[in-house]
Design a binder for this molecule. Structure first.
Ligand code: NAP
Length: 308
């Protein structure tokens, strides 16, 4: 059975290349005929691992190809996920399964609501990849920059799908995780405690050691939020982990910092925005988190970047 991968971006290409080289049938879905033609002219995608580039001529197709879809990896940004799945909904075969790779929370629910006939599996990944825009192959050249792990789970059904064996075969490190929501909430909370402040203070992660009181206050509010929305395990020792992450990644720029520095749209609505919206729904007063969101929105607005 063929896999379809929507989003020939960093993670989409990383997954497609590994599946293809293990002999798993896979098709890449591109936005429109012009993007498909550009992809075909490049001769497929290239994956750079440990400095070595290898080309994978994974077949491509557009969103309106007639081929039915049974297994789809949705590998676009959170803000594109709902519209992307709406375009593909007519192609989903009965019993289709979707893997949602989006960071943060909120987009998964929006996707699931659009395709109630499909099984939606949520994923949380620590793998790192980026598109190497400087190469002649341009956007279709992806650098595998950070080994990591992907947790997969279905909040509505804890039975692991049979195709996990395809991931095994393809060397994609993964684990079936019945508590995927807890994992996604924990990652979201870590993100909220670190990324917005690195944007506002224009610093690397390590720069936040100079703002430790502010970080501690945010962690206390985020812990309150997690406990109130039924995720007490995600709140355990949050502040200690945030401090560990700040130290361990002191030299790095956060993903949100990189997005803003390069003038790219951020996924804020699915991270800090989702945290603040959930707090409001639970009638929780979290003044520091709300003020952080306000400051970040003003900052993005001043640079002409979207706030959603
Ligand atoms: P990316 O490099 O920007 O790739 C997204 C791709 O989706 C782009 O190629 C885009 O096409 C495509 N796309 C969007 N809407 C589409 C549509 N309607 N039809 C067809 N293609 C469409 O993004 P990414 O870095 O892989 O990130 C994907 C998700 O994974 C994000 O939520 C991110 O936070 C998460 N994540 C990423 C990493 C990482 O290291 N990259 C790590 C962990 C988690 P165009 O190029 O035509 O716009």
């Amino acid at each position: 059975m063929s896999w379809h991968v929507l989003g020939a971006g960093s993670l989409g290409c990383l997954w497609a290349a590994r599946l293809a080289r293990a002999g798993v049938p896979v098709q890449l879905i591109l936005r429109n005929p012009a993007r498909l033609a550009a992809y075909q002219r490049a001769g497929g995608l290239s994956l750079v691992e440990q400095g070595l580039a290898r080309r994978y001529p994974v077949p491509g197709q557009t969103v309106d190809d007639p081929q039915p879809i049974r297994r789809l990896l949705l590998a676009c940004k959170a803000y594109d996920a709902e519209s992307a799945i709406t375009g593909l909904a007519p192609r989903l075969a009965p019993g289709a399964e979707l893997i949602l790779l989006q960071n943060g929370l909120g987009s998964q629910e929006a996707v699931a609501a659009r395709v109630p006939q499909a099984r939606c599996i949520f994923a949380s990944s620590t793998e790192g990849a980026f598109r190497d825009g400087t190469a002649p192959e341009g956007e279709w050249r992806v650098v595998f920059a950070g080994q990591g792990h992907t947790w997969l789970g279905d909040p509505l059904d804890d039975h692991p799908p049979l195709w996990l064996s395809d991931l095994e075969r393809s060397g994609i490190p993964h684990q079936w995780s019945p508590d995927i929501l807890s994992r996604l909430w924990r990652k979201l909370a870590l993100n909220c405690a670190i990324n917005p402040l690195t944007v506002l203070y224009a610093c690397r992660n390590g720069g936040l050691s100079e703002h430790s009181a502010e970080v501690a206050t945010l962690c206390a509010e985020l812990g309150q939020l997690l406990r109130s929305c039924g995720q007490p395990a995600a709140a355990l020792d949050l502040h200690a982990e945030v401090q560990r992450v700040i130290q361990a990644t002191a030299a790095n720029y956060s993903s949100m910092h990189q997005d803003v520095a390069q003038g790219r749209r951020t996924e804020i609505a699915y991270l800090l925005g989702h945290a603040c919206a959930t707090a409001q729904r639970h009638h929780l007063d979290l003044p520091h988190l709300a003020a952080l969101q306000e400051r970040l929105l003003q900052y993005l607005d001043a640079r002409g970047l979207p706030s959603h």
